[in-house]
Design a protein around this ligand. Structure first.
Ligand code: M6P
Ligand code: ZN
Length: 188
């Protein structure tokens, strides 16, 4: 059935979602550059929430759209800002749209050819992720970074490519500011 939800554009909260995911540092060890820094934090007894996803998850079939809000906490692992895993869509021809609601961040995009792009996201900014572009969002600010997203419900998330090869670029803090640098561990 058709339905409506409210998206509070100040608090970035949804009045309804049917799937909530909480992703902690321990879930992201393979995705951060500085694994020793991850291990130090975990060994120190801390396992912070890096991001949460409030999803309106639809049947995983062609024609449906999933939508929701992702909230990335402020923080860093070594000098790398808190971020999502990032993924290609398993169905490579599917696309995605983001709308910035709160805080500041960037979206890193990359094609399998190695072509990369990096776009800032802030309140009101709409980003189009075309087919075949992997995407990862990164919180470069001091507070929460929240955005709304919509994508094909049957797209699927290919995390394994990112787990193995990483993104070609890292978003790190240098001298108090975000900088996009080459990832020395990237496998083309
Ligand atoms: C966005 C969307 C979701 C995704 C989430 C977290 O909100 O792209 O599909 O799950 O970010 O990103 P990831 O799953 O790559 O960690
Ligand atoms: Zn996606």
């Amino acid at each position: 059935m058709p339905y409506a939800v409210l998206l509070d554009l100040v608090t970035a909260s949804l009045s309804y979602f049917n799937k909530k995911s909480i992703v902690r540092l321990s879930d992201l060890r393979d995705f951060f550059f500085d694994k020793a820094a991850v291990d130090r934090t975990l060994l120190g007894g801390q396992n912070p929430i890096v991001y949460e996803v409030y999803d309106n998850s639809q049947p995983q079939s062609e024609g449906h759209l999933n939508f929701g809000v992702t909230v990335i906490s402020p923080g860093k692992v070594g000098s790398e800002y808190f971020m999502t895993r990032g993924h290609y869509h398993t169905k490579e021809h599917t696309s995605e749209v983001y709308l910035g609601i709160e805080g500041e961040g960037v979206i890193l995009l990359q094609r399998r050819s190695g072509k990369v792009a990096c776009l800032p996201i802030m309140k009101g900014r709409v980003i189009y992720v075309p087919p075949s572009w992997a995407h990862r969002t990164i919180n470069t600010g001091d507070g929460k970074f929240s955005f709304f997203y919509v994508y094909s419900a049957d797209a699927g998330h290919d995390y394994e490519s990112i787990r193995k090869s990483g993104f070609a670029k890292l978003v790190v803090e240098k001298g108090g500011k975000p900088e996009v640098v080459d990832n020395p561990n990237f496998i083309a």
